[in-house]
Design a protein. Structure first.
Length: 495
């Protein structure tokens, strides 16, 4: 069994939208090597497809770069993919349908059918089937409605997620999927079974759904053919992975019950750890299973840093940060949606960006956007607490927005909570951590694999200045009918 004292090397593979990234990390958290290879796809309106063969060839290229020149061989690896990306294969793992990507939005009617067919189950699980979910896409694929000339898969076709395709190529045969990737295909995480009655009602009974294991389970070892292509030793263990969002959470160091990770990029994603799944009657939050059978609830807002880039294209953001520091709070309050519709912490398809008051100048407008994102973040954490979650210790800040030290400080201030900024967080790092965990490194020894670059202490005086601003925003969201009154009441009292 490996221990943290070993100079083990763990490989994380992240199948992204635009590239495949491979990261080799030692038990002490040192990045030993990395590799990447580009990916392309076909986009046309709501259609977004990629070729699975490209996933494999890009994985081969990225892994060969990463393992070339390593002083020690890779002990184990894990793979993450985009959540909701799915295709169908034959019994040997060869594709028999297009691969529909996570944001392919064509399955609107199918999502409605899937929601109705499993209404009782989804209500129990606190989920709502969206067109982007793999289950809706499987209904579309089973009906031959791909828009790509496909006449529909033959009976017995095998359901395959993006990460499954690569892990099967690595092992040399079809392997089990993990519960994280299976969730959006309709897997019942509470009973740990496929809901066959719902699948039959949707006409999916003729498909072969894979066995499901917990993330961190050993799927097998790298086969001879894959070893020759990638340069990995044939003895390398292949560990069941997670979706890219869950992988990023592992890369942030937020693993223990009560810990939360706030990922701020174009949009805002909040993910945490709970002892039991959070029941969300609104269906805006869903729960993944973790490797140790705790739960990873999370939700994605449509607010985020994308509102800044839209409002200030090409601007000197560092200079605007300095100017914003003198506007705490700004003269206006902005709800910074990136696109129409909100998904978390409430569901409002018609929600749109708005500003209360008139900014005095560009610096004030910029400050109101920064502050607006932090206020949404505060509302998100209030909502998970309303659902019964503990929020303990520092919040792990990850995502592209962490490049702004000022924004990190402002967010900690508005939240009134300390924060950590990991040195090299990301989905590939999270998969390296999971590979080590699956190979036998004890959980308490994994902390050294995630290094903290910065610790942020909130300023109490600044939080107090934003308490009233937060209440004004909550009241406005409730007045517009977007934020349910029960959530608004909780946010006013305890948010």
């Amino acid at each position: 069994m490996a221990t943290a004292d070993d100079d083990g090397v763990w490989l994380g593979i992240d199948l992204g939208t635009q590239s495949v990234r491979a990261l080799a990390v030692t038990s002490g958290g040192r990045v030993a090597a990395r590799g990447s290879a580009p990916l392309t796809g076909t986009r046309d309106g709501k259609r977004h497809e990629q070729l699975p063969a490209d996933w494999w060839s890009a994985t081969v290229d990225a892994v060969r770069q990463a393992v070339r020149g390593l002083a020690a061989p890779v002990d184990a690896l894990a793979v993450c993919g985009t959540s909701g990306t799915v295709l169908l294969t034959d019994a040997e793992g060869e594709p028999v349908s297009p691969a529909l990507m996570y944001d392919d939005g064509r399955a609107v009617q199918e999502a409605r059918r899937a929601q109705e067919a499993g209404e009782e189950l989804w209500r129990e699980l606190g989920q709502r089937i969206q067109p982007s979910w793999a289950l809706a896409k499987l209904v579309r694929l089973a009906g031959g409605r791909t828009g790509a000339g496909d006449s529909g898969p033959r009976t017995g076709a095998r359901v395959c997620h993006q990460a499954d395709f690569v892990t099967s190529r690595l092992v040399g045969r079809p392997v089990a999927t993990d519960s994280s990737h299976a969730l959006k295909s309709g897997y019942d995480t509470r009973r740990r079974a496929w809901p066959t009655d719902v699948l039959d009602a949707l006409g999916l009974g003729g498909l072969t759904f894979p066995d499901v294991v917990l993330p961190g389970t050993v799927l097998g070892t790298v086969g001879a053919a894959a070893a020759e292509e990638t340069g990995l030793p044939a003895s390398t263990r292949v560990i069941a992975g997670m979706t890219d969002g869950c992988a990023a959470q592992l890369g942030s160091g937020a693993w223990e019950v009560g810990r939360w990770n706030s990922v701020l990029g174009t949009t805002l994603v909040i993910k945490g750890v709970t002892a039991e799944p959070l029941h969300d009657p609104a269906g805006v939050l869903y729960n993944h299973l973790s490797p140790d059978s705790t739960w990873l609830p999370g939700g994605a807002s449509s607010a985020g840093a994308g509102a800044l880039s839209a409002a200030f294209p090409g601007a000197d953001l560092a200079a605007l940060d300095r100017a914003a520091a003198d506007r705490e709070p700004a003269g206006a309050i902005t709800y910074p949606l990136v696109s129409r519709g909100e998904r978390f912490p409430f569901l409002a398809p018609d929600a749109e960006l708005f500003t209360l008051g008139t900014p005095a100048d560009d610096a004030d407008r910029y400050a109101s956007l920064l502050q607006g994102v932090a206020l949404v973040e505060r509302l998100c954490l209030a909502y998970v607490r309303q659902l019964g979650a503990r929020v303990d210790g520092p919040i792990a800040f990850t995502g592209g927005a962490t490049r702004s030290a000022y924004w990190n400080q402002l967010r900690a201030d508005v939240l009134g909570r300390p924060a950590t900024v990991p040195e090299g967080a990301g989905s590939a790092l999270g998969m390296a951590v999971l590979a080590a965990r699956g190979a036998g490194v004890p959980p308490e020894a994994l902390g050294s694999m995630v290094r903290v670059a910065d610790e942020v202490t909130p300023r109490d005086a600044v939080k107090e200045r934003f308490d009233g601003v937060f209440l004004v925003l909550v009241d406005e969201l409730a007045r517009r009918g977007w934020l349910p009154e029960e959530t608004a009441r909780y946010a006013r009292e305890k948010g």
